[in-house]
Ligand binder design. Sequence first.
Ligand code: ADP
Ligand code: MG
Length: 246
Amino acid sequence: MEEILRVENLSKRFEDISVINNLSLSVKKGEVVVIVGPSGCGKSTFLRCLNGLEEIEEGEIFLDGEKVSSNKKNMSKTREKIGMVFQSYDLFPHKTILQNITLAPITVKKRKKAEVEEEALKLLDRVGLLSKKDNYPRQLSGGQKQRVAIVRALIMHPEVLLLDEITAALDPEMVREVLDVVLSLAKEGRTMLIVTHEMAFAKAVADRVIFLEGGKIVEEGAPNDFFDNPQTDRLKRFLQTFSYEK
Ligand code: ADP
Ligand code: MG
């Protein structure tokens, strides 16, 4: 498979704290990479560096073989090609669901309204929310809002999609409906980097799982090896925090 994203020796610090330490990663087109790790290990910072929300001090990021980490102008191009969905859906409260989704493609990408709306309706239908198109965010559940946020990212036609703990704030029964959408995106061959604490989901969706600690990749592997046969003591201990024994 063809490489779509390459990170070389990325480092990021906040004042004197080093958050990402010389991290390198290559992601293939259509690959789903799940990133797990303890709170504060740099998962969000890493994703934010990838789509240009954080400036990086050292290292390079290549998308489709093109260097994207060098200047501000490139950064905004990157942000269009690398979509991101966050834990907080950040929908505009005074705009309808359809308006929330079509705003960026119409204003940023200068696409025709009719064409964008048609695509938005198709995507809403796909995530089971066509009937909500004229509702406002406050009229939707958390899980519904997060599915809208996914549609809002998809309509920008990103080459890579970054998902940062998108179900962390949801009630358990809503987690499933959101993760099912993500599973369907994986099946259709979307390239995704996913940060999650849902280990069963991670095992199902991932082509590769990465354990991040202290801004470094401590261990990585295919999901079965990673979860059933962890090599480092650190990963063993981390995985134990997700299992219960009486
Ligand atoms: P994770 O997503 O794995 O929980 P983060 O990437 O959010 O971790 O944070 C990694 C570390 O960087 C933490 O110690 C956090 O406090 C710090 N950090 C994140 N963002 C900032 C910021 N804007 N300014 C200063 N420190 C930050
Ligand atoms: Mg985080």
